[in-house]
Design a protein around this ligand. Structure first.
Ligand code: GDP
Length: 298
């Protein structure tokens, strides 16, 4: 249903490519594997993941004594799923008192994601508080206030230039006083100054450890799927600065290269937990790797 619709461009690109290979080859040879490799690479699945997927496929073909290229389809699906079977995919913050740190560079869709996530949690009857701790980008706080209104949740902070850690401190006090279920923190992501970023995240984490130890902590990195391999580079840099528990991949509706989701799992070992498939509050979907791979071949 909606997953397939949100992935329309990626599916058009990848599905049709696979179809022509599975029906266009009469035997499994080097050309066949080369053609598959090209589709995987073109879909932004990444060089390393592509290699591992093809190695696994070749092994399965041998093991099962497969002769017909058409019979490789299911094996390829399994091989891609194996690459994506990483990390802890649970959504613990939906079930217990939590603080969710949301990190990402400007323009990736971070503010929008915080708003969508707030809407989602609110619709589950959760008490949500937002912390506008991305005080670095001008107007980020104002924009987040609009999202808080739209989602119908409380928000703390939002003054440009304020100390992000101080905003988080205030938000924690508000979360405790108002018995919030989830505290959603919009934090900055200044990758051009990694040292500052690390210091800032450490400071925020220290405050959370000290002031809010009872809350489960989730750290999500927001990445723009349309930036392809760049998104992967960003994710790597963030994972050096903080302990990332999940990825949110935005703008999947706007890319034909949604295969980047496979590369992220394979190369970082961190699961994609949500994908953004549009600009409205309902356009955030939980990501399920098996469903995703099935949709690419359906
Ligand atoms: P931030 O700078 O990271 O906080 O980015 P914003 O949340 O302001 O988003 C930047 C732009 O991307 C805005 O125009 C959003 O509407 C748009 N955007 C965010 N997520 C999505 C998505 O999943 N799909 C589409 N098509 N646009 C998105």
């Amino acid at each position: 249903g909606r997953l397939v619709a949100g992935l329309a461009k990626t599916r058009k690109n990848i599905v049709s490519g696979f179809e022509s290979v599975f029906s266009g080859f009469s035997r499994i040879d080097d050309d066949f594997y080369e053609e598959l490799e090209e589709i995987l690479i073109m879909g932004d699945i990444g060089v390393r993941a592509t290699e591992e997927i093809l190695d696994s496929l070749k092994e399965k073909v041998k093991e099962n004594k497969i002769k017909d290229p058409a019979d490789c389809k299911e094996l390829l699906i399994d091989s891609i799923k194996e690459q994506m079977n990483v990390g802890d995919t649970a959504y613990r913050f939906e079930d217990e008192k939590s603080v969710v740190l949301i990190i990402g560079v400007n323009g990736v869709g971070k503010t929008t994601t915080v708003g969508k996530l707030a809407g989602k949690l609110k619709s589950q009857n959760k008490k949500v508080i937002m912390a506008a701790a991305d005080t670095f980008r001008a107007a980020a706080g104002e924009q987040l206030h609009e999202w808080a209104n739209r989602a119908g949740v409380d928000i703390v902070g939002g003054q440009d230039g304020a100390d992000p850690a101080a905003v988080v401190f205030d938000a924690v006090q508000a979360a405790k006083a108002r018995k919030a279920d989830v505290l959603l923190c919009d934090t900055a992501g200044r990758l051009h100054n990694k040292k500052n970023l690390m210091e800032e995240l450490k400071k925020i984490n220290r405050i959370l450890e000290k002031e809010y130890p009872e809350a489960y902590r989730e750290t999500l990195v927001v990445l723009d799927a349309t930036t392809g391999q760049n998104a992967l580079v960003q994710a790597k840099q963030f994972s050096e600065a903080a302990e990332i528990t999940g990825i949110v991949l935005t703008k999947m509706d706007g890319t034909a290269k949604g295969g980047i989701a496979v590369a992220i799992h394979s190369e970082l070992g961190i699961p994609v937990k949500y994908i953004g498939v549009g600009e409205t509050i309902d356009d955030l979907q939980k990501f399920d790797a098996d469903q995703f791979v099935d949709a690419l071949f359906d």
